[in-house]
Design a protein around this ligand. Structure first.
Ligand code: PEP
Ligand code: MG
Length: 579
């Protein structure tokens, strides 16, 4: 039994067999297998060799022209490697002798040969190292590709263990069978974590070297409440966690019972609780959990699960589906926030050296006007179906906001010409997620209808800490005094400028932060749908005066640790059963 501690990012308990994924870039971690699995791995290696050779042979037949002779010759060299008996024997001996996975045995064997080739002085031979790497990639593609296909056709419940997962991969998991996620990489507000929380799949990230120590088929417990992962637990531990899981589910059902009750503090202040979604079908979940509308629709996910770019009609259909659930309630559609950790699968965007500071979000849209206009037109067309609002992400200055609004007006004029109806008074807002936007909030407030504070990025950019990097995750905190001062500035400027204000970053989904946010003056929170009942329960358990006292005290503190401890104590006092 092995116990690992990481960061809890999505609550719940799961116990299932592992499906361990290796990374797309084919860096294969050393992983030991049980003696009983050796024959299975040997067979997997044999199949990979056979299928890779078949693939090459059929490719070879496509290059029959005389001028394509060179390509054919390269394939012939690769085929010779694949048919080399001593090479295969070396690999199967490794699997048998050292109990390694097929992937790892193939990878280290071929890498050793390639590095020996590189050392040879003869240029022709040293250049063959590239061929060996190619053969390695081809074999690994057979092994890993099949595993990825397995994920699409799961028949049993599994927990996914991986070095890292992209938001796209995570969003594609079948919730019926994928019961938990555990990754070596990631942070509390990485988009993969956000997607796991939205889907309600228990998840733990930042486990450092877990993936290298878990083989497909190992039993794994994921405790998404405490950030603990247990590999091959003993019977006693399994029993304990089964009991814990039952209790947790009961608590969740109890919380669901407050769905119909209003989100009002003990002294009668109404707090609006909205939901954050990535896909239209999540709107129903927001409603089920007692949410009063959509405070953040991350529309970029429309781009992430497909190869081609969505058209105006694809946008429109997705928005119409969402609005249908909340016909007379706000639906805030955020324009696409692509880039950073959200790239399309076809990697249409050239890799950037520093993507979080690069061509991301509104910046990308302002340089890709045809794409942006399609989305703006679709939002405007959908605006007649309900209470639609449009929100621009990652604004860093006034010009950017004005430019985005100008494009919205251009789209309005086009629709006017085509006599297509839309809401001429549609409300437009911006996300405050950069220090520059926070510091100029008073100016920005003059030209906008609402602010939504994106604490995930605001924290990242204020503290210069990558939100998805486990190596610096201990430095990432939305309750750092510097972040709190910026949040306070934005709230004050929103009040002075008379613009609506909400908080939609993950901070709003964390029960221990509710008193602080209410005490600082926030009255609208937009959060992960599964967290709505718990946050509502906190709201219903506190009085605003109490929250004001907490906020006043916190804003005099200079240490993040003191602030966190103080907030946990205060929350425990008002709602002991939840903490
Ligand atoms: C944020 O940055 O707080 C936010 C809500 O946007 P996202 O998490 O999609 O970057
Ligand atoms: Mg953001």
């Amino acid at each position: 039994m092995e116990i690992k501690k990481g960061i809890a990012v999505s609550p719940g308990i799961s116990i299932a067999k592992s499906l361990t994924l290796d990374s797309e870039d084919y860096r294969i971690p050393r992983r030991s297998i049980k003696p009983s699995q050796r024959m299975i791995e040997v067979q997997r290696a044999r199949n990979a060799f056979k299928d890779a050779a078949d693939e090459l042979t059929s490719l070879q037949t496509k290059y029959d022209d005389i001028e394509q002779r060179e390509i054919k010759d390269i394939f012939a060299v690769h085929l010779r490697f694949l048919h080399d008996r001593s090479l295969r024997k070396k690999i199967t001996d490794l699997i048998h002798g050292e109990s390694l996975t097929a992937e790892y045995a193939i990878s280290i064997t071929l890498r050793e040969i390639a590095s020996n080739f590189v050392k040879v002085k003869d240029q022709y031979i040293s250049e063959r190292a590239a061929d060996i790497r190619d053969v390695e990639r081809r074999l690994l593609k057979q092994l890993l590709g099949r595993k990825r296909e397995d994920i699409d056709h799961l028949k049993n419940e599994v927990v996914i263990v991986a070095k890292e997962l992209s938001p796209t991969q995570t969003a594609g998991f079948d919730k019926k069978f994928v019961k938990g996620l555990a990754t070596d990489a990631g942070g509390k507000t990485s988009h993969t974590a956000i997607v796991a929380r939205s889907l309600g799949i228990p998840a733990v990230v930042a486990l450092e070297d877990l993936a290298g120590n878990v083989t497909t088929g190992d039993t794994v417990i994921i405790d998404g409440n405490h950030g603990i992962v247990i590999v091959n637990p003993d019977d006693e531990t399994v029993k304990q966690y089964q009991q814990y899981s039952v209790e947790f589910t009961q608590l969740e059902h109890k919380l669901d019972a407050i769905r119909e009750k209003p989100a009002i503090t003990r002294d009668g202040t109404k707090i609006t609780l909205l939901g954050n979604i990535e896909f239209p079908d999540e709107a129903e979940q927001v409603l089920q959990k007692g949410g009063e509308g959509i405070g953040l629709y991350r529309t970029e996910f429309l781009y992430l699960n497909r190869k081609d770019e969505p058209g105006e009609e694809d946008h429109y259909k997705a928005y119409a589906e969402t609005i249908k659930v909340f016909k007379h309630r706000p639906v805030i559609i955020r324009t696409v926030d692509l880039g950073a950790d959200k790239y399309t699968q076809s990697k249409r965007f050239a890799p950037e050296p520093n993507p979080f500071l690069g061509l991301r979000s509104i910046r990308f849209c302002l340089q890709n006007l045809t794409m942006f206009k399609k989305q703006l037109r679709a939002i405007l067309r959908a605006s007649v179906l309900g209470e639609v609002r449009v929100m621009f992400p990652l604004i860093t200055n006034l010009q950017e906001m004005k430019q985005a609004k100008m494009l919205l007006h251009d789209a309005m004029e086009d629709l006017d010409e085509e006599t297509i109806p839309y809401n001429k008074d549609i409300l437009t807002g911006i996300m405050i997620e950069t220090p520059s936007a926070a510091l100029t909030a008073a100016t920005l407030a003059r030209d906008t209808d609402f602010f939504s504070i994106g604490t995930n990025d605001l924290t990242q950019y204020t503290l210069a800490v990558d939100r998805g990097n486990e190596l610096v995750s201990s430095l990432y905190s939305s309750t750092d005094p510097a972040v709190l001062r910026l949040i306070r500035t934005v709230i004050q400027d929103a009040y002075k400028g008379q613009v609506d204000l909400a908080v939609c970053g993950e901070m709003a989904s964390e029960p221990q932060h509710v008193m602080l946010l209410l005490g600082m003056g926030v009255r609208t929170l937009s959060l992960a749908p599964p967290m709505i009942p718990e946050i509502k329960q906190v709201v219903r358990s506190v009085a605003i005066e109490q929250c004001n006292t907490v906020a006043r005290k916190i804003l005099t503190m200079n240490s993040e640790r003191h602030i966190s401890n103080y907030l946990c104590d205060a929350a425990r006092k008002v709602l002991p059963e939840a903490f």
